[in-house]
Design a protein around this ligand. Sequence first.
Ligand SMILES: Cc1ncc(COP(=O)(O)O)c(C=O)c1O
Length: 445
Amino acid sequence: MAKMTNDEMLKELANRTPKSGELWKKAQDLVPGGLLSQARKFKPYPFYADHAEGAYIWDIDNNRYIDCTMSFGVHVLGHCPPTVVDAMVDQAKRGTSYGTPHKHEIEFTKRFVDCVPCAEMAMLCNSGTEATMIGIRMMRASTKKPLIAKFEGTYHGWHDYAQWSVYVDPEQMGPEDKPNQVACSGGIPDAVKGTVLMLPFNEKAFEMIEEHADQLAGVMIEPVLGGGAFPAGKEFLEKLREVTERTGVLLMFDEVITGFRIALGGGQEKFGVMPDLATYGKIIGGGAPIGAVAVSQKLMDDMAEAEELVSSAGTFSGNPFTLAAGAETLKYLMENKNVYADMDAKGDRLRNGFNDWAKSKGYEFCLTGMGSMFQLHQKAAPISRPRQALNQDSDIMGDLQLHLRMNKVYIPWFHLAFFSVAHTDKDLETVLSVLKDSVEAIMNK
Ligand SMILES: Cc1ncc(COP(=O)(O)O)c(C=O)c1O
């Protein structure tokens, strides 16, 4: 990699992406902040996508990138898998939304419950955010208790009950064993704060659950934390299951990322721990918007007994376009279960390859993650919890993004990255070598 200053790289990237630059200028007047999500931020500006296929994405200036964003974890089969695209095209010609039941609802849900250990039924919606909203409502309804607990550093979508202490901010976080509950958005009423209990990501959480059990409807957790790519771990999840079961508190796994990614049965299969309910999104829509809550008959019975039937609707919920794509995606994964062992091995090679190299060089960088999920940190390995990932230098991480983009690897800004079934060993070798070269360039600036 030729040595370039940041200014030279910014100039070169702008030269390579003039059409994206034009759209970015227009976006300033049309979209608040120019972006629909801060996770899409990039220096000097984001590229505008033209098309994608398999492991690659092309911008409108015809630059090709190895895609390690994969629409934030949506495309486990890679972009545009032929059978899924065929199902979408076929369904688009028959109608994309009906407002009446259709066969894909049954076909999709049958495959979904066959794969998800805690599922006997599924409620369908349009996003992971909606799924956790419904899940929370169900936990409150079936227990008739008001409080919901979440862990510091976890993301469960952007609604009012979830947007608390998603990021760990050193200035506001408070003590490790009793984290402050920090709002991550304006506009959340103060009244909501008292309905959420903030848990530390350590054993103290179990004591807090016992203490609040009489008011606590349920606890939600990501089996692998999306923020930082930290597996919660089998032992931790087993203890969480034990304490919640013993104290009459429900346990909800948020499998919006891990579902159908780290195993066909997601985190519950991988770690061998059965939650009472679980939320899904991303992969199960086959590239179209979706959310789902996996529920048991018992949970439905408990709600009926409590006379608290939960309302959920949605014009597009369970639309045939999404479910045709989703059903085809699940079919592929069910018929090709070997893809998970393959992605595990590739992910381990990537993480170990980088971490061994960083250690041998004495560089304080590491990759965390599991299976096809990984995240780069400016920290020496091993780290396993969000508070261990604090105080990374945002200038250095920003420079890293510049190097990656210069070398045509698309990894999201400060975010978990993904690869897919379509990424070959060669693609991942390129990603590893670009990661190493980028760190090397920054360390020798
Ligand atoms: C664990 C988790 N839960 C919920 C959500 C929200 O899903 P969506 O973006 O589909 O609303 C996300 C999104 O990234 C997530 O990672």
